[in-house]
Design a protein around this ligand. Structure first.
Ligand SMILES: C[S@@+](CC[C@H](N)C(=O)[O-])C[C@H]1O[C@@H](n2cnc3c(N)ncnc32)[C@H](O)[C@@H]1O
Length: 538
């Protein structure tokens, strides 16, 4: 007999889902769910049925016909699909063989006798309990993934499990969000043992004419009965310290924003730290990292071209402006160690708080802001909201950037002007207006050691203040492994080299004054792009 209150809990959890109209019977025996019937809002009546060898034909159809190749590659749980079954008979044999073990269960989600979703919970008598779900391609975006995962969570509760995990690819945001919504948290980046799928996804990127996305396999865990005591959260004081702000400053400038976001995280274990460091060093030794320089113009055009299309497809939604490499679900750098954020938008949210603080503190005195290497215009959009009266100029060598800016200006009425500008070969006919601030954010990084031409242009045009939010290699301590790995990555990518040293030299020569500079201590998995130097020409 299954504990009745746990079946009631499962019923309540399923009924709370948007797609569910009502839940009928839930049948369970010896702690294993056999049948759930439900009325849904868009798909009518569905049932979830425990898998049996008689279902092999329908399950084979689901796998072979219902899932795209990519979905099949991503869904390869042992022992049913770890190598692709070639026939329904082979699948039936695998199910029969698996029946000899007693630490697994699997459910089919059925509509009109056809399997439209499948979920399993396995190794539930071991420490390594894991689940996997898949939904027929034609039934995506209907809430069925959440439905199946909630059934599996209910199943795990019936079995009195304390936790179980799923493995997710770090840029599969749909899956990460689905699991976050169900209560899973990212706990660690997995050691390189599921490389095949990453290689396959890299090949898909290449086939689509893109650079392979930097992705990892990530473990997400749901704690079912115990409340985690290890979860921490960034406090206002942590932001003060990171930004180098005076006491109360961050609270006054961005307190409300911080309160509206989730800055919870867990420390990474020693094992995870070693895995990340090894992975970072291996990456640097491989040929997969792109190297910045004048040859990369077409890559940037392609990237921003895709964002331009997406921006219009979403009806001009500014969320589309966030570059794709800012995806969550993986560890971040903080104060000399790796942390695992709870929210998948942690880095994006940190960057947003940082921008608000920086812009409100340093930008308000100037009539015109020039952002060089402005990309999609995500920073200019924030400035336009904060300072409706300022003139904003976005400069980039990519024409798609100017198209994005003119769309932003047309659709939102923001005073933003896009100008094509190549920082390797500055155009001296472009003047900088009086009372102007020049800003760069992760843009000088792309110049490597070839920043002298751009610096010469700024010295000639004499803006009132320069604010560079860049990865400043001088702040890394080569004698610490954590920094050594970041520096190696930085150099391998040919990022900004020697800029802060050059500014310090110019300060000694009384050509400029450095107003403020800092390493915030926060960064993405491989390096820290939230360092800054603020300086003025004397
Ligand atoms: C990492 S993106 C940063 C974009 C933007 N600043 C942001 O924070 O979202 C780097 C930007 O620098 C631009 N860039 C690279 N080399 C450049 C050059 N030589 N002249 C002007 N822009 C350049 C790229 O096109 C891209 O938009």
């Amino acid at each position: 007999m299954a504990a009745p209150h746990k079946l009631e809990e499962l019923k309540g959890a399923l009924e709370a889902l948007q797609e569910i109209g009502s839940i009928g019977d839930i049948e369970a025996e010896n702690g294993i769910i056999h049948h759930v019937s439900m009325g849904t809002r868009t798909l009518g009546r569905l049932t979830a049925e425990r898998l049996d060898a008689n279902d092999a034909e329908a399950l084979f159809d689901f796998y072979a016909e219902g899932l795209s190749e990519k979905a099949r590659r991503l869904f390869a749980p042992y022992p049913l699909f770890h190598t692709p079954p070639h026939s329904a008979d082979e699948l039936a044999r695998r199910i029969e063989d698996w029946k000899k073990e007693d630490d697994w269960t699997a459910m089919n989600l059925v509509k009109d006798k056809r399997i439209i979703g499948f979920a399993l919970l396995k190794r539930f008598r071991t420490e390594q309990v894991t689940s996997g779900i898949a939904v027929r391609d034609a039934f995506h975006r209907m809430g069925l993934g959440s439905l199946l995962q909630h059934i599996i969570i209910g199943q795990a509760r019936l079995l009195d499990l304390e936790r179980f995990h799923v493995k997710v690819v770090s840029d599969n945001m749909a899956s990460i969000r689905l699991h976050e919504k169900c209560g899973f948290k990212c706990t660690r980046i997995l050691p390189p043992m599921y490389e095949e799928i990453l290689e396959y996804l890299g090949e898909c990127d290449r086939k689509n004419g893109n650079e392979p996305v930097d992705r990892q396999n990530v473990e997400m865990v749901i704690e079912l009965n115990v409340k985690s005591e290890t979860t921490k959260s960034f406090t206002i004081e942590d932001f003060d310290e990171a930004f180098g702000a005076g006491k109360g400053e961050v609270s006054a400038l961005c307190g409300k924003l911080i309160k509206s976001l989730n800055f919870e995280y867990c420390d990474c274990s020693q094992e995870t730290r070693e895995t990340i460091l090894l992975d970072a060093l291996r990456k640097c030794d491989s040929a997969e990292l792109s190297v910045s320089g004048p040859h990369r113009l077409d890559d940037w055009r392609r990237g921003w071209g895709e964002i331009l299309q997406e921006f219009h497809a979403l009806g001009g939604n500014v969320k589309a402006l966030v570059p794709k490499d800012l995806h969550g679900g993986r560890p971040l750098r903080y104060k000399g160690d790796y942390i695992m954020p709870i929210s998948s938008s942690f880095e994006h949210d940190f960057a947003m708080v940082f921008r608000h603080w920086l812009y409100k503190k340093y930008f308000h005195n100037f009539k015109n802001i020039y952002e060089f290497g402005c990309g999609t215009g995500q920073n200019l959009a924030v400035m336009a909201e904060l300072f409706p009266d300022k003139r904003l100029f976005g400069l980039d060598w990519v024409p798609e950037s100017q198209e994005l800016l003119s769309s932003l200006s047309r659709m939102y009425g923001w005073p933003i002007e896009g100008i094509r500008f190549d920082a390797f070969n500055p155009d001296y006919t472009l003047d900088i207006l009086p009372e102007s601030l020049v800003y760069t954010s992760c843009a000088l990084e792309q110049l490597g050691s070839a920043y002298e031409n751009f610096l010469g242009y700024l010295l000639a045009k004499r803006p009132s203040l320069c604010v560079n939010v860049e990865c400043l290699a001088e702040y890394y301590d080569e004698n610490k492994l954590f920094d050594y790995a970041a520096l190696k990555y930085h150099r391998k990518r040919n990022y900004l080299d020697g800029f802060l040293t050059r500014l310090r030299e110019m300060e000694r020569e009384k050509a400029i004054e450095i107003v403020a500079t800092r390493r915030t201590g926060f960064g993405s998995l491989y390096h820290e792009g939230y360092m800054y130097v603020i300086w003025k020409i004397l």
